[in-house]
Design a binder for this molecule. Structure first.
Ligand code: NAG
Ligand code: NAG
Ligand code: NAG
Length: 425
C-alpha cells in the first residue's frame, strides 16, 4: 500500500485564498463520452490524449501518471495553484507544506500535491505539472471538433491506479475547486463553471457536458426536462457535493425517516457503486422496505441473497413485476430542501448483478469507510452511481445548485445513452 508522504515545508494560511474559478466569457462548452467500466462500475472520460480518466465527484484535482521517460515541468511551491491543490487534504493525510526541495536547484521548492484515489483510499505525492487535455466543443447536440487545452494536474505513481479500470491513467476530479476538471474547462474555454452528467446504465456511452448550455438526446432538449433543483451544501472540509433532505426519506409517500435523524445530509459519489446509508438510517430503511413488500404479498418473493452479494434484500426474479422504469417496487423519495424530491424508481433501486437475483441496491455504510468519514461523523446518505444512472444531473458551481430530471425524459424513451456523437459533416 502506498504511504502518504506529506512533508512540512511551508505554512501559509490558506483562508485568504479563494480557490474558485469564474468563467462564462462566451466560449463553447465541451462534451465527452462517459464510459461505464463493467468490472469496477466506475465511469471514465477519454480526455488525456484519448486515454481515460475516472470521474470523481469528490475529487478536487485532476491527476494522472506522468511518463517517467519524458521530462515535465513542475510548478513551484509558491504558485497559487499549488496552494489551492493543498487546500483539500485527503483523508488521513496531515496538513503539511506545499512541496519539497528540488534536488536540481537548492533555491527552488517543487510543488507536490497529494493525489488521492477514492476507490482504494490511497494517497500519494506527485509533481504538480501542466498537461494537455482534450475534448470536443459542442452545441449540446453533436460534437463539433476537438479542443485541446492546458490543465494544471498532479503526477501520480502507477501504484495509485489500483482499483481503477484497466487502461485508466488517472482521475478527473469534479469537485468544488479551481483545479477540478469543470473549473479548468471554465477557465480555459470562457464558459460557465457548470456541468451536466448523464450516466448510462448499459455498456454504451453516457455523456458529460462541461460549461453549461443545453443537452439534447434524439433531438430533444433533455436539459429542459430538469424537473427540480436544490441547493448544494458544504459538509465539513470536503470539496464534494452535498444536498440536504430536510424532510427525510419516504417510501410510497409514507415518511420513514427522519424522526431524530432530521435533517439528513446527503453526499453524491461517482466512486461509490451503490448508495450507502449510515447504520442508524440503513436499519429503519431496510425494515420499512421489507415490511412494505410483505404487505404487497411480496414476502413470498424473498429469496436468500446470493453469496458475495453486498445486499440484504433480494427477490425472486420470476415473481417481481417489471415495469418501464425497472422492477415495480416501492418508490423511494429523498425529500429535499426547497420542497423538491428525488424519486428513486425501480431501475435505480433494484439491481440484478450478472443477470441474477434482483436485490435492493442500498448498502450499509461501514464505520470509517474509504471516503474517510469517521463513526457518526458521516453524512446520513451517500448516493452512489447506480442511483444516478439514466438521470441528467446538472451541477452549477456559480449558483451552487444541483438540478436533476425525475423521469420525464424516460417517459419519452430518451436515455443517457442516446447522445449523438456523430460529428456533422
Ligand atoms: C470528438 O468527437 C469525435 C466524434 O465523436 C471522436 O471521434 C473524437 O474522439 C472526439 N475527440 C475528443 C478529443 O474527444
Ligand atoms: C421463484 O419462483 C418460481 C416460480 O414460483 C420458483 O419455481 C422458483 O423456485 C423460485 N426461485 C427461488 C430462487 O426461490
Ligand atoms: C446525428 O447527427 C448527425 C450530424 O448532425 C446527423 O446527420 C444524424 O442524422 C444524427 N443522428 C440521429 C439519430 O439523429
Amino acid at each position: 500500500m502506498w504511504q502518504p508522504k506529506c512533508l512540512i515545508l511551508v505554512a501559509v494560511s490558506l483562508s485568504v485564498l479563494a480557490c474558485t474559478a469564474a468563467g462564462d466569457g462566451g466560449g463553447r462548452s465541451l462534451v465527452t463520452a462517459v464510459t461505464k467500466d463493467a468490472t469496477t462500475s466506475l465511469y471514465t472520460i477519454p480526455v488525456k490524449s484519448g486515454r481515460p480518466l475516472v470521474l470523481d465527484l469528490s475529487g478536487p484535482i485532476v491527476w494522472s501518471t506522468c511518463d517517467d521517460g519524458a521530462p515535465h515541468d513542475t510548478l513551484e511551491c509558491n504558485n497559487i495553484d499549488c496552494m489551492c491543490a493543498h487546500r483539500f487534504h485527503p483523508p488521513s493525510c496531515p496538513h503539511t507544506g506545499y512541496g519539497m526541495p528540488d534536488v536540481h536547484n537548492p533555491y527552488r521548492c517543487k510543488c507536490t500535491p497529494h493525489p488521492h484515489n477514492s476507490v482504494s483510499g490511497d494517497t500519494a505525492s506527485g509533481d504538480m505539472t501542466r498537461v494537455a487535455l482534450s475534448a470536443n466543443a459542442t452545441d449540446g447536440m453533436n460534437p463539433l471538433g476537438p479542443v485541446s487545452f492546458t490543465a494544471v494536474t498532479s503526477c501520480a505513481p502507477d501504484t495509485l491506479l489500483q482499483g481503477l479500470p484497466v487502461g485508466a491513467v488517472g482521475v478527473a476530479g469534479l469537485a468544488r475547486s479551481s483545479l477540478a476538471f469543470p473549473a479548468q474547462v471554465a477557465g480555459t474555454q470562457g464558459v460557465a463553471n457548470s456541468f451536466a452528467l448523464c450516466l448510462s446504465s448499459s455498456p454504451g456511452n453516457g455523456v458529460a457536458i462541461f460549461g453549461g448550455g443545453p443537452l439534447f438526446v434524439l433531438g430533444q432538449p433533455i436539459s429542459e426536462m430538469l424537473g427540480s433543483n436544490t441547493h448544494l451544501r458544504k459538509y465539513k472540509d470536503s470539496p464534494g457535493y452535498y444536498i440536504m433532505a430536510s424532510k427525510g426519506i419516504t417510501m410510497d409517500g409514507v415518511q420513514i425517516l427522519p424522526g431524530e435523524h432530521a435533517p439528513l445530509t446527503i453526499g453524491l459519489s461517482t466512486t461509490t457503486p451503490y448508495t450507502e446509508l449510515r447504520s442508524d438510517v440503513y436499519r429503519p430503511f431496510i425494515n420499512v422496505f421489507d415490511q412494505a413488500m410483505e404487505c404487497w404479498g411480496a414476502a413470498a418473493l424473498r429469496v436468500p441473497f446470493p453469496a458475495a452479494s453486498p445486499f440484504e434484500l433480494c427477490y425472486n426474479n420470476s415473481k417481481l413485476p417489471q415495469k418501464r422504469f425497472g422492477f415495480f417496487v416501492l418508490r423511494i423519495s429523498l425529500m429535499l430542501d426547497g420542497g423538491t424530491s428525488w424519486p428513486v424508481f425501480g431501475m435505480n433501486s433494484v439491481v440484478r448483478l450478472n443477470r441474477g437475483t434482483p436485490c435492493l441496491a442500498f448498502v450499509e455504510m461501514k464505520a470509517g469507510n474509504k471516503a474517510g468519514y469517521g463513526d457518526g461523523a458521516a453524512p446520513a446518505v451517500v448516493i452512489g452511481s447506480f442511483q444516478m444512472e439514466n438521470m441528467l444531473l446538472v451541477i452549477d458551481e456559480e449558483k451552487q445548485t444541483l438540478g436533476f430530471t425525475t423521469g420525464q425524459h424516460l417517459n419519452n424513451g430518451l436515455s443517457c445513452g442516446h447522445f449523438n456523437f456523430t460529428m456533422p459533416a
